[in-house]
Design a protein around this ligand. Structure first.
Ligand code: URP
Ligand code: ZN
Ligand code: ZN
Length: 459
């Protein structure tokens, strides 16, 4: 299968050039002006369009048994939504809980993805306990191509690990050359604050944020950093939401700790007043770490612009309104999560690039290239270069539209970004050279996605 993308403005980290891209056998084979190609080759006219490397979402939940229910998407629905929004690769959190066998969990998560995804995918393997068989199992999982771990300092007695288990995970990760991603909130403080607020009769969604205040996240981030410093491991803070936590991460970085930072779409555009709306409207906006005071948003945008925040993911985690109502009597039972896989690129482009908060270079880096580098996918993914997979997004900066749950492809009955205007969207999206999306419609092969094997990076 050959494809020519003609005359687009190709944007990669460090370069912007108007040229043609020729694709053969799933990879980019030539980039030059006025390429001559054999007759019969499919040609896409990209004049007036930007051409980006396929975007990478480094943090999604698709199969997720959590808080007495299951996240709504399947790999089929999530990958189609991802592709329509320009994301051609996602990394899913594989999340067996403390009572599950890790290896059986890994195989289960893989079986949910393989053959069912329209885009390429990989996993971060959650370590939710550290017992006798854990090291051997993790070695097997890394050998299978899943070369990144996840730990939760929150969600006590479910996903959460204690400090001893965090130490053991980081120490093993250091020996294996594997990066460890971490949800950084102090589980004990969250549990105590939840009990206190409920005892005071404070049970609505507006109390979710006060039960996990910024200090609780800053403590988790600082403690994770201290454990990285002690073990020499490399870490990645997921879904960082506020200035205090960013300061903790940057203080560690300035001491030489190998710590990277991700923030996620909701924290840039939504604030805690959304979760303070009465009833179900508030519940729709419950996630952890919670939506914060609006003043943090400028800090996060600036963090991405300067590179202090490496990546922008989604923490895509869809629960519908019926599921959110599990928490109608107590905020501690509201399933945590906000979906975003379909809207991340367009919202980041609109509210980042178009509003002058991000240059195109950082946009591409934060939404694609940096994740590829950190998680062992570069240069196969995350750039447009001869030899790279032909995951390409022909982007129309003139498109105008409005985010709307009724027309979304994510399997959910609401959209937390409802009504926001977007100024740009992908007009063509390819996965390894095959056109999967045209003008907001999925027209491709539902089973095209592949599991991406990754090697340890030996940071
Ligand atoms: O609220 C969230 N973030 N839900 C998904 C689980 C997690 O903590 O990432
Ligand atoms: Zn989390
Ligand atoms: Zn998550």
């Amino acid at each position: 299968m050959s494809l020519l993308i003609r005359n687009g403005e190709i944007v990669t980290v460090g370069s912007r050039t108007r040229a043609d891209i020729f694709v053969e056998n799933e990879t980019v084979t030539r980039i030059a002006k006025n390429l001559e190609v054999p007759a019969g080759v499919e040609v896409i006219d990209a004049a007036g369009k930007l051409v980006f490397p396929g975007f990478i979402d480094p943090h999604v939940h698709i199969y997720l048994p959590f808080m007495a229910t299951f996240a709504k998407d399947t790999h089929e629905t999530a990958s189609i939504a991802a592709l329509i929004g320009g994301t051609t690769t996602y990394i899913e959190m594989c999340c067996p809980n403390r009572n599950d066998d890790a290896l059986a969990g890994y195989q289960l998560w893989k079986s949910k993805a393989e053959g069912h995804s329209a885009c390429d995918c990989a996993f971060h393997m959650s370590v939710t306990k550290f017992v006798q068989e854990t090291e051997a199992q993790l070695r097997q999982i890394v050998a299978d191509g899943t070369a990144s771990f996840k730990i939760f300092l929150a969600y006590k007695n479910f996903f959460g690990v204690d400090d001893g288990e965090m130490y053991q995970t980081l120490e093993l990760a250091k020996r294996l050359g594997v990066i460890v991603t971490a949800h950084c909130e102090n589980a004990e403080l969250v549990a105590r604050l939840q009990q206190k607020l409920l005892a005071e009769g404070k049970s609505g969604p507006e109390w979710h944020e006060p039960s996990r205040p910024e200090l609780v996240e800053a403590e988790g981030t600082g403690r994770f950093a201290t454990f990285l410093e002690t073990t020499g491991a490399t870490g990645y803070v997921v879904h960082l939401s506020c200035e205090k936590a960013l300061q903790a991460a940057l203080a560690a970085k300035s001491r030489g700790v190998r710590i990277h930072v991700e923030s996620v779409l909701p924290h840039f555009l939504l604030d805690k007043t959304f979760a303070e709306r009465p009833g179900i409207e508030g519940m729709k906006h419950v996630m952890s770490p919670p939506l914060r005071d609006k003043k943090n948003q400028a800090v996060l945008w600036n963090g991405v612009a300067t590179g202090a925040i490496d990546t922008v993911g989604t923490d895509h985690c869809p629960f519908d309104t019926g599921q959110k109502l599990l928490g109608k009597d107590s905020f501690v039972n509201i399933p945590n999560g906000i979906p975003g896989i379909e809207d991340r690129v367009n919202l980041l482009y609109t509210f980042g690039v178009k509003r002058g908060r991000l240059d195109l270079d950082r946009f591409v880096d934060a939404a694609s290239t940096r994740a590829a580098k950190l998680f062992g996918l570069f240069p196969r993914k995350g750039t447009i270069a001869v030899g790279s997979d032909a995951d390409l997004v022909v982007y129309d900066p003139e498109y105008r539209g409005v985010i709307c749950a009724k027309s979304q492809h994510v399997n959910n009955d609401y959209n937390a970004f409802e009504g926001l205007q977007i100024e740009g969207r992908p007009s063509v999206v390819t996965v390894r050279g095959k056109v999967q999306v045209r003008d907001g419609k999925f027209i491709g092969d539902r089973g095209r996605g592949r599991f991406l094997k990754r090697e340890p990076s030996h940071f």
